[in-house]
Design a protein around this ligand. Sequence first.
Ligand code: DX5
Ligand code: ZN
Length: 236
Amino acid sequence: MNKRPFTFLDNEKILVAPSILASDFSKLGDEIRRVENAGADIIHVDIMDGHFVPNLTIGPPVVESARKTTPLPFDVHLMLTNPFNFVESFAKAGADNITFHIECLDDIDRTICEIRRFGCSVGLSVKPKTPVEKIFPFLEKIDLILIMTVEPGFGGQSFMSDMMGKVSNARQAVGNIKKPVHIEVDGGIDEKTVMTAVVAGANMIVAGTSVFKNKKGADYAIAAIHSAQEVFRTSF
Ligand code: DX5
Ligand code: ZN
C-alpha cells in the first residue's frame, strides 16, 4: 500500500485517531473496521518498550497484520528510549506517520531523516513535564507536534487540562511557519475534554477509551469529537 504521510491531511480539520490500545486485541481487525465504519480518520498505534514508559505493547508484526485490515492511515507513536533502530521496521510494517519523543536518547535530526527516508511524515512528542518549546528548533523539519495530555504508558487516565498552554503555544508557533504542521493531543480525550483541547489549538485528536469503550457506541463518540470543529480557530 502506498504511504499517506500526514503532510497531505488538512491541519485545520478535526481528525479523529482512535488508539487501538483500548481495543479488544483478540479481534483487532474487527475493532479497526468498527472504528473505520464509525468515521475514524486515522488509526493511532501505541508502541511501548517497557523502558521509556513502564508498559509494553506490540511490535512490527502486529502492525503489519493490522495494516491489512483498513485503508485508513496509520499513526505510529513510538514511546521508545531508542526509536532510531525501529523506524525501518515500523515503516515497512505500514506506518504512514511516525512520531517519537524529544526525550528519547537518539539524535533527533538523524531520527527525523530516517523516518523521511522511508516516506513517512514525522511527529515529535513531549511528555507532560517537558516544555513544548524543546520541539520548536525542529519545527521546519516535522509535520506534527504531539502534546501528551496524560503521562504516557497507559490508556484510561484523566486528561491534564494544564497542558493546554502548551497546545496554544504550539499553535502559535505553527502559525508562524509556512508549511502545515498538525497539533495532536493524546490521553484522556472524550467528548467533553476535546472541546478544551480544540479551543487551545489542537486539530488531531487521539482517543482510546472514549471511542472503543463508549457505551453509546464508536459512531457517537467519533461524531462528538468531530463536532469540536465548531470551536476550532487558527489565530490566537
Ligand atoms: C498513552 C497512549 C495513548 C492512550 C490514550 O501512553 O499514548 O494513545 O492509548 O488512551 P486514552 O484515550 O484511553 O487515554
Ligand atoms: Zn499514543
